[in-house]
Design a protein. Structure first.
Length: 312
């Protein structure tokens, strides 16, 4: 996971733990929709992701973690929802076309990719979720889940609550090329990056595009490096950059160096926790097993109700 995930989702999930009974899962079947030609990476990433979650503060004692493919009921519910979901609902999904372009290097003109939001509906409704924490771009998918829940309830009987969107504030941190931070763009800073990798990536970061020379005044409000400072540097540093950058009293090289140092410092506790977990993979696997067992029991109950409602 990268800093975009950390500030766009994980830290928000961490806060939600105190307020809600949370379920977080590894969407490995979803990953197959775009990675079907190279599935090895999916299994390899599973434990990495769990370790990231725990390292940033998601607590397996409070929240439940599970692996989607370990709960086969998701596939059955997906199939039933596929029968009742009108095709135009999927084709008009605004993120579908966007993702086709974004993932243009992969062939995702598949049945599974189009039906991705139907599987998401199964993931959400299986646990009768009241809320789904998503970024703005994923909100249309939740809307589709709501429509599927309503359609199911209308066709058969009231089984599913209609879940709400718990909108996650979008991360201000962009990738090093100033586009949205994304692994597929190759512009991300990962939680697992070494100090040297962080230094190298920060050195390449695009700053205020209007500032070509050190003598030119800069504008921190449009500079991605400054957004990182606002999160990772102390108030004094942030204030001094805010006043020195527009009058060209500080250069971008120095500013980046200061930011990289604050960022490395800020990621230290996460890395330390990761190291501790990597040394105890037995514990990580046990956490997953416990979560799978708890989730499977709920999924079984829901599917009993679903089969009964559908009368099949
Ligand atoms: S001095 Fe810092 S805030 Fe100003 S443009 Fe350069 S990197 Fe951005």
């Amino acid at each position: 996971m990268h800093l975009g995930h950390l500030h766009g989702a994980l830290l928000n999930w961490k806060n939600l733990q105190d307020e809600y009974q949370c379920y977080y899962f590894i969407a490995d079947w979803h990953a197959l929709t775009s990675e079907y030609a190279h599935p090895d990476i999916i299994r390899e990433s599973t434990y990495d992701i769990i370790i990231d979650w725990i390292s940033v503060g998601l607590d397996p004692e409070i929240s439940t973690f599970f692996i989607q493919s370990e709960i086969k009921e998701h596939a059955e519910l997906h199939l039933i929802f596929s029968m009742i979901t009108p095709l135009p609902w999927l084709e008009r999904n605004p993120t579908y076309k966007e993702q086709l372009t974004e993932l243009s290097q992969k062939n995702v003109y598949t049945y599974g990719f189009l039906g991705y939001p139907v599987l998401q509906a199964a993931d959400i409704l299986m646990y009768k979720a009241n809320g789904v924490p998503v970024g703005e771009d994923q909100a249309p998918h939740v809307e589709l889940t709501r429509e599927i829940a309503r359609r199911f309830n209308h066709l058969y009987r009231e089984v599913f609550p209609v879940p709400n969107v718990l909108l996650t504030p979008t991360s201000k941190l962009l990738g090093i090329d100033r586009r949205k931070m994304s692994k597929s763009y190759g512009n991300a800073i990962f939680l697992t990056d070494t100090d040297e990798e962080i230094d190298a990536k920060v050195a390449q970061m695009i700053t205020d595009p209007q500032r070509a020379r050190k003598a030119d005044p800069g504008d921190p409000t449009i500079c991605n490096v400054f957004s990182f400072h606002e999160i990772y540097s102390n108030d004094e540093t942030v204030e001094s950059i805010r006043s020195e950058c527009p009058s060209a009293r500080i250069g971008c090289v120095d500013c980046k160096r200061m930011m990289a140092s604050a960022l490395k410092q800020g990621l230290k506790p996460i890395k330390a926790k990761r190291k501790e977990l990597e040394a105890d993979m037995g514990r990580v696997k046990e956490i997953m097993e416990q979560g799978n067992t708890k989730s499977r029991a709920i999924a079984r109950e829901t599917m009993e109700e679903v089969r009964d409602a559908v009368k099949i």
